[in-house]
Design a protein around this ligand. Structure first.
Ligand SMILES: *[C@@H]1O[C@H](CO)[C@@H](O)[C@H](O)[C@H]1NC(C)=O
Ligand SMILES: *[C@@H]1O[C@H](CO)[C@@H](O)[C@H](O)[C@H]1NC(C)=O
Ligand SMILES: *[C@@H]1O[C@H](CO)[C@@H](O)[C@H](O)[C@H]1NC(C)=O
Ligand SMILES: *[C@@H]1O[C@H](CO)[C@@H](O)[C@H](O)[C@H]1NC(C)=O
Length: 413
């Protein structure tokens, strides 16, 4: 019983026993240096939650400068990210001192969490990833209360893409910065007078070249609130796609398969190579359509011209395959061509149009057939059909060529 009481008392008192006043050893004690004294004096009654102005009707003017380090553009998600050192400078009326009182210290470093800092919010932020508006860094404070913080920040904004001229496209991405909860009469964001954007240490991101950066301050007057302004800092980034890769993968091969389709139409109908070439070209179209489908955002505001061109070219190639099969069937016909067809054929081959009929399907080629068991008549019929096929093919080739020219001009111009 006694043992229990003693144990309980010990357990209850244990926390009291452990806490004892810690005394710094005498020989470890430091004298207050001027810097330490200054920091203590500046921060002893400092309130980090309130704007650093004595008169609340005064605005805190915050100057902003972006030193751009890196940009990344995820075109599938339409998210544009900049990594930069953001220099911000303002005057804190509670952080000034007389240097002679503190051994002529002219400036001091304070943690950003110890003083008031402006919250620079990105208005068109990509809200799917958390982005804090406050930052954590060390700030430089001058004797007259001018504070300068240069946090390293990443901002991700929404940027919708225009892909009509993919992969030779340029994109414009705009980021809007301002204060989320303060009016321009409370926290007034402005640019540094000289060099509001610095690109000296900029390092290009993958796949994109930065052409230029424009910055404009929007005054933010709205008719609803004549006594307040909501200023915004607007940065417009112009980006150009590094096109060599996509061009090598898609654009140049597209032109190759288009020329394959055209070449197949120039070949002899009797030659099986013609059908093989046309079919191979058709297959190539499917491959490149799939390849582009992987590469570009499918829900972009406008469809790339390359995609539309390939789609139309695929239809033309399908036409070439069907035509080739049709002409092959025509060659094997045994009844003579109808009179009107012969008539048209005669007109074409004697008129000025004969200069555009260039594919010569040599009628002599059908001789091996006649040598077997077919009579002269049959041979003549075949030769007639051959000439008709020849004319049709020439016309189709010209039409196809024209279609490709029209497609090219309508899409590119
Ligand atoms: C604050 O500033 C305004 C305008 O600058 C002035 O009219 C007002 O008297 C000032 N108030 C105080 C308490 O100094
Ligand atoms: C904010 O800054 C701009 C540019 O320096 C200045 O023109 C404007 O008067 C300022 N606004 C306020 C409310 O101080
Ligand atoms: C915006 O408002 C200020 C005063 O608040 C005025 O001086 C200025 O002319 C206005 N600007 C525009 C574009 O309305
Ligand atoms: C703007 O300020 C004026 C003068 O102080 C005042 O009469 C008016 O009601 C204010 N307007 C708004 C919308 O607050």
């Amino acid at each position: 019983m006694h043992v229990h009481v003693a144990l309980c008392a010990l357990i209850a008192l244990a926390p009291l026993v452990v806490t004892y006043a810690y005394e710094c050893p005498e020989d470890r004690k430091q004298a207050d240096s001027n810097e330490k004294r200054l920091q203590k004096d500046l921060l002893c009654s400092y309130q980090t939650d309130f704007r650093p102005v004595v008169n609340h009707t005064q605005a805190v003017n915050v100057k902003v400068r972006f030193a751009l380090k890196y940009i990344a553009f995820d075109q599938q998600e339409e998210v544009f990210t900049i990594h930069s050192w953001v220099a911000m400078s303002w005057k804190d009326e509670f952080l000034s001192w007389t240097p002679s009182d503190y051994g002529n210290i002219e400036e001091i470093q304070l943690g950003s969490h110890e003083i008031w800092t402006p919250e620079l919010a990105l208005f068109n932020a990509d809200a799917s990833s958390y982005q804090s508006e406050s930052f954590y860094t060390t700030c430089l404070v001058k004797k007259d209360g001018v504070v300068m913080c240069v946090p390293h920040l990443a901002h991700s904004g929404i940027c919708s893409t225009r892909l009509r001229y993919w992969p030779y496209d340029t994109q414009k991405c705009t980021l809007y910065f301002g204060s989320w909860m303060h009016t321009g009469e409370q926290v007034n964001f402005t640019f540094y007078q000289e060099m509001p954007v610095i690109l000296d240490e900029y390092q290009p991101g993958p796949g994109w070249k930065l052409l230029d950066v424009k910055n404009v301050r929007l005054p933010g007057n709205y008719s609803c609130c004549p006594n307040n302004t909501y200023p915004m800092l607007k940065y417009t980034f112009k980006l150009q796609r590094e096109a060599a890769g996509p061009a090598a993968i898609v654009v140049v091969p597209s032109l190759v398969i288009v020329s394959m389709t055209l070449t197949s139409l120039l070949l002899d109908v009797k030659d099986n190579t013609r059908l093989v070439l046309a079919c191979f070209s058709l297959f190539g179209h499917f491959i490149f359509l799939t390849e582009i489908g992987y590469d570009i955002p499918k829900h972009s505001a406008d469809t790339p011209v390359v995609l539309l061109f390939l789609r139309d070219s695929m239809l033309v190639t399908l036409g070439a395959v069907i035509l080739t099969l049709g002409l092959m069937a025509l060659r094997r016909r045994t009844e003579p061509p109808p009179a009107w067809l012969k008539n048209i054929h005669l007109r074409i081959t004697t008129g000025p149009a004969r200069y555009v009929v260039f594919t010569e399907f040599d009628p002599a080629d059908s001789k091996p057939l006649t040598e077997n068991d077919l009579n002269e008549d049959s041979s003549r019929i075949r030769s007639d059909w051959m000439q008709v096929a020849n004319v049709i093919n020439s016309v189709i080739f010209l039409v196809t060529f024209l279609i490709y020219l029209i497609l090219l001009f309508s899409y590119i111009l």
